[in-house]
Write a protein that binds this ligand. Structure first.
Ligand code: ADP
Ligand code: ADP
Length: 592
């Protein structure tokens, strides 16, 4: 089980050797054949990440999902039953099931049902949500992303000996996915004993580049740039974008003899101080004896009363307290700010008052730069990174949006949609029209008008609209869509920020008088059953973004009103005489 490296200049793994749970080649066929007979459970994304790090020894000396004694002691004292430090619980929560029997084997599979491991069930125990949340995260507040997630976890924890047959498959960035043993081998080749690790879940800007280079200088060793690509905080920049940026930086701006970029498939807990200690332990297993901790490390932001969950330097304090025992030195970083007059970064505490400083917050990056199509300035981020971020986060006028018309048959949805489509094309947007009647001739061919079929039709339109929006297009949808719940589902599917619900609010009598397709007459004669507005309900939206009156306004007036709304929200750009836009506007630097 142990893989010791006696001649390595690097710090030994915590506990002396790396845990290795992989089934050796000789035993593989037998364990695999037996596994196919076993009852299975499917692991959550989080548990798959945990299993991968357990299997490769990143959590050494932990070699299994925690049993009850480990779990309790970790909660109380941040220690395993052996007394070794371990700051956060790593458990495998499951729902109660007749398949769970003590001393029997169970197969662990991922979401696609691929077999990952076999576990011998040595413990099955219940755990208490309030206790777990309070002790591990110091809060019961649902704004804490892990506390919120824990409400969905199974009631029982299971634990036991693990035989891992296969690590989770990753098709992306394979050259950067290094196990602790592989990371150590690569680090050894640099020839330094000191390794300083940097953890991140964000794009790297100049400030991070600066602090990581300073840290490597300070320790006289190698930088292990070790971004998390498992699960981070909901809403973070996706890891594909981030890793493309890290690669660009590694290639151009770091000394290749002093830095290693590797990806860590960790599922973060966003647990501030305890998480910092855990991060340091994981990095020790990868060969680092120094770990950078800055302001609000792994912080979940503010709680529901507006107070931060953890103090900005609590993480530094906690790691400092345990650093001798853990063998990992804390490399503290205080906030750095840019000094435009001197064109350099400096620690806040060292900046004399009345000095001009500049910084751009994460919110400003999104709202004042990316959404508006402005390039981030090069004092803030390298141009390669600015470009990658601009690709992922195009300006509003190139982001997708769905205009969803709803209303009675004959209300004027198609007519208004047609006028709007032309105006959008005139303003340089790409449009996909999904008209209920037209969709029924292809995408939804064969569907009838039962409640179920009508719902299916609407959901198909919603699905396609969501795809169009995701790829930056405008989806103009016109269908009666009488049921509120279905429309709300589609709003969620598309993304509420990109969904504009337009109620074409034409009274039933007016629609019936228009009766362009002769449908109302047929329905009145009883030839059509379940006709919306007559013998089937129409549920108008409670708070549509726009409500149109087609009795006093023409289709063109109404279409222009929608266009105005899109202009205001930035989804359409105003036409200017020169045809260009405002991307050259002055950057917003907060000069203090
Ligand atoms: P997290 O701390 O949640 O993993 P980040 O990726 O933002 O998120 O941070 C990685 C590390 O860099 C943390 O230790 C953090 O405190 C530090 N850090 C981030 N921004 C700054 C900054 N402007 N100045 C100093 N340290 C920073
Ligand atoms: P829907 O798509 O809502 O079933 P249509 O757009 O196909 O409705 O039909 C609406 C009918 O009403 C068309 O014949 C259109 O010419 C007529 N109409 C009259 N005034 C208006 C108006 N202000 N807005 C939209 N349509 C109108």
């Amino acid at each position: 089980m142990a893989r010791s490296t006696p001649v390595s200049p690097l710090i030994a793994p915590y506990g002396g050797s790396l845990v290795d749970l992989m089934v050796p080649a000789e035993g593989y066929a037998e364990v695999k054949a037996r596994a196919s007979q076993l009852p299975s459970i499917q692991l959550s994304e989080r548990s798959v990440c945990d299993l991968e790090l357990l299997a490769t020894g990143a959590f050494s000396p932990l070699d299994r999902f925690m049993g009850q004694t480990d779990y309790q002691r970790v909660l109380e004292e941040m220690r395993l039953r052996t007394g070794q430090l371990f700051p956060l619980p790593i458990t495998l929560p499951v729902e109660a099931s007749p398949a769970l029997h003590l001393d029997r084997d169970i197969a662990l599979r991922d979401a696609k049902n691929d077999l990952l491991a076999v576990m011998t069930l040595e413990e099955i125990y219940s755990w208490d949500l309030a206790e777990g949340a309070q002790k591990a995260f110091g809060t019961l507040d649902l704004r804490h992303p892990l506390v919120a997630e824990m409400h969905r976890w199974g009631q029982l924890n299971i634990s036991g000996h693990l035989r891992v047959l296969q690590l989770p498959q990753h098709y992306d960035f394979q050259e950067l996915r290094l196990t602790p043993a592989q990371t150590r081998a690569r680090l050894e080749a640099f020839g330094y004993a000191n390794v300083v690790a940097f953890q991140t879940r964000n794009p790297l800007h100049r400030v991070h580049e600066e602090l990581t280079k300073r840290a490597a200088q300070e320790v006289g060793g190698v930088l292990l740039l070790h971004p998390v690509v498992g699960m981070t905080k909901p809403g973070d920049v996706d890891h594909y974008t981030r890793v493309r940026a890290y690669k660009a930086l590694a290639a151009r701006y770091y000394d290749p003899h002093r830095m290693l970029l590797a990806l860590l498939p960790l599922a973060m807990r966003i647990a501030g101080p305890r998480e910092a200690l855990w991060h340091a332990l994981i990095r020790r297993n990868h060969g680092a004896n120094h770990f950078i901790v800055g302001r609000d490390h792994a912080g979940p932001g503010k709680d529901s009363t507006g107070k931060p969950f953890y103090g900005p330097y609590d993480a530094q304090d906690l790691l400092q307290r345990y650093s001798a025992e853990l063998g990992v030195q804390m490399v503290p970083f205080h906030e750095l700010l840019y000094l435009p007059d001197e064109e350099r970064y400096e620690e806040v505490s060292r900046i004399p008052s009345a000095t001009r400083t500049a910084s751009i917050s994460g919110t400003q990056v999104r709202e004042q730069y990316l959404n508006q199509g402005r390039m981030l300035p090069d004092w803030f981020t390298r141009p390669e990174v600015a470009e990658i971020l601009a690709e992922t986060y195009p300006p509003r006028h190139r982001q997708g949006v769905c205009i969803w018309f709803t209303g009675l048959s004959g209300a004027g949805k198609s007519t208004t949609a047609e006028a709007l489509t032309v105006l959008l094309l005139e303003h340089g947007r790409q449009v996909t029209v999904l008209d209920g009647d037209v969709v029924r001739t292809h995408l939804s061919k064969g569907l009838g008008f039962s409640k179920e079929d009508r719902d299916t039709n609407i959901r198909r339109i919603g699905f396609v609209a969501a795809e169009v929006v995701r790829h930056g297009g405008v989806a103009v949808c016109a269908a009666v869509s009488p049921y509120r719940a279905t429309r709300n589902d589609i709003r969620t599917l598309v993304g509420a920020e990109h969904f504009v619900e337009v109620l074409v609010d034409t009274p039933l009598e007016v629609c019936e008088t228009r009766d362009t397709k002769g449908m109302y007459a047929k329905a009145r004669r009883g030839e059509i059953k379940g006709f919306t507005g007559l013998d089937d309900p129409y549920e108008p939206p409670e708070t549509p973004e726009i409500s149109l009156d087609t009795v006093i306004h023409t289709p063109e007036d109404n279409a222009r009103r929608i266009l105005q709304h899109l202009l205001q929200r930035g989804f359409v750009r105003a036409q200017t005489a020169g045809g260009t836009n405002g991307t050259q506007a002055a950057p917003v630097e907060s000069l203090q």
